[in-house]
Design a binder for this molecule. Structure first.
Ligand code: LLP
Length: 434
């Protein structure tokens, strides 16, 4: 929190909007996104590629956070998107997002999902495995269509991050294994189908990574692969997609490297390798999710009950919790909280910031340094923009929060809070029994 984040009333402000007013106007829990910050991150990524004169795409990993307005914002910024389900394709199409700018990922895409993608001319399918090759061959034939593909490789690189979000190690469910010849075998099967155009290769080593080392190692491996396919198959790799995973700073003890710095490092490695092998520099695609929306989003909650017992760290409860942010429970993720009413107030104690869900594990922050808080105060949990709402649930039949986008003092409700009706609208009354 800097002085820029505090307005004349001493309240937290987000891109010119008063956080306490937002909470009163739209209710809590409320997800608030700073649209300027999202645009700025796109600009930083674009700039680094343009300065280096590299052909590129920023393919926003929409699993990090997606709704209609977000897809429209990415489109305004000229980005591509990474989609991982029929659902993400459907919402993106509904938002008017061009299918040609979508990359379709997944380790177990269904026949129906592949039909949806190929029928709508999704830009590229990221082929993951041999079963999928068969399905793609079947669908292009059946629909009399063609498609672009990129092969997902398991590069055998272990990124230093939580094991649940490592994906590049040899023992992974994703992609064609590099060491055992699966890549060559898969390539031959795809390449011989004239309806399928192979653009290049993809790998994603993990998420919330704080050092560029793994990305450099990946860039070296991918250029080795491009060279091998050039010499052995006379194949020109048009695209190398190095995935996402650039980490953000959640708490002050997290290391921080600006997301575009990871990219700069990747670009340098690829340039070196290209000159070493005397290869053309391929287009470089990246798939940032968290680094685009993570720090641009925060969650506003209203403080309710507190439990205080001598010798026990106090519990301060807010009106949301594990249903709108499962990350602390799933990955031991850490967050910071500030009072939106008075972000400058000095902390007076360490508490556990807990939610309202019927589970002891529903702890948003285990060690929250907070000023004196009372019922009705609005607090902001910072940096919740990635994998918060997108992994939200209706556990305990609590409602998913509303989402507001703010930009330069204007606020827009982009996703309504769920209603009770939403909780039973898909249900049928029981007809069994008497
Ligand atoms: N590309 C691929 C193929 C991916 O699997 C992912 C994330 C990304 C890009 C984007 O990664 P990012 O830039 O957001 O790190 N739910 C977890 C994160 C799961 C990441 C899954 N894949 C969390 O909350 O930390």
């Amino acid at each position: 929190i800097t002085d820029n984040d505090i307005n004349a009333d001493g309240h937290l402000q987000i891109d010119g909007c008063d956080a306490v007013e937002l909470a009163h106007q739209f209710g809590t829990p409320l997800m608030v996104y700073n649209v300027s910050a999202i645009r700025d991150q796109f600009h930083q990524f674009n700039k680094i590629f343009e300065q280096n004169d590299i052909d590129y795409e920023i393919s926003y990993a929409s699993k990090a956070f997606a709704n209609t307005a977000m897809y429209q914002l990415v489109n305004q910024e000229g980005g591509h998107i990474d989609v991982v389900s029929g659902g993400e394709i459907a919402v993106a199409l509904h938002a008017g997002f061009p299918a040609a700018k979508m990359s379709f990922h997944g380790n177990n895409k269904s026949l129906e999902e592949l039909r949806l993608a190929i029928q709508n001319h999704v830009g590229v399918i990221m082929v993951d495995n041999f079963h999928e090759i068969q399905l793609i061959n079947q669908v292009v034939e059946e629909l009399d269509e063609t498609t672009n593909v990129i092969m997902r490789i398991t590069p055998g690189i272990t990124a230093h991050t939580h094991e649940f979000i490592q994906t590049g190690q040899v023992d992974s469910k994703f992609g064609f294994d590099l060491a055992s010849g699966q890549v060559e075998k898969g390539f031959e099967l795809l390449h011989k189908n004239p309806r399928v155009h192979v653009l290049g290769f993809h790998a994603h080593i993990g998420s919330q990574i704080s050092s560029p080392d793994g990305f450099n190692a990946l860039a070296v491996k991918m250029m080795q692969l491009a060279n091998k396919f050039n010499t052995e198959y006379d194949f020109t790799t048009e695209v190398l997609d190095l995935g996402g995973g650039f980490g953000i700073q959640y708490v002050s003890t997290d290391g921080y490297l600006a997301p575009e710095k990871f990219v700069e490092s990747i670009i340098n490695t690829i340039k070196e390798q290209a000159s070493q092998y005397n290869l053309q520099i391929p287009a470089i695609w990246i798939e940032p999710g968290r680094s685009i929306v993570g720090s641009a989003g925060l969650t506003l909650y209203t403080v309710g009950s507190q439990k205080r017992v001598d010798g026990i760290k106090p519990y301060v409860a807010v009106d949301g919790g594990m249903g709108d942010n499962i990350r602390p429970m799933l990955y031991d993720a850490e967050y910071e909280v500030v009072s939106a009413n008075n972000p400058r107030a000095q902390p007076v104690e360490e508490v556990r910031l807990v939610g309202k869900y019927c589970e002891s594990g529903d702890v948003l922050i285990k060690n929250a340094s907070v000023p004196s808080l009372t019922a009705g105060d609005v607090v902001a949990v910072l940096d919740t923009g990635a994998y918060g709402y997108s992994m939200a649930s209706n556990y305990n039949l609590n409602l998913k929060p509303a989402i507001v986008f703010v930009e330069k003092g204007k606020a827009q409700l982009v996703t309504k809070r769920q209603s009770f009706e939403n909780l039973y609208e898909l249900d049928n009354n029981l007809e069994l029994g008497d």
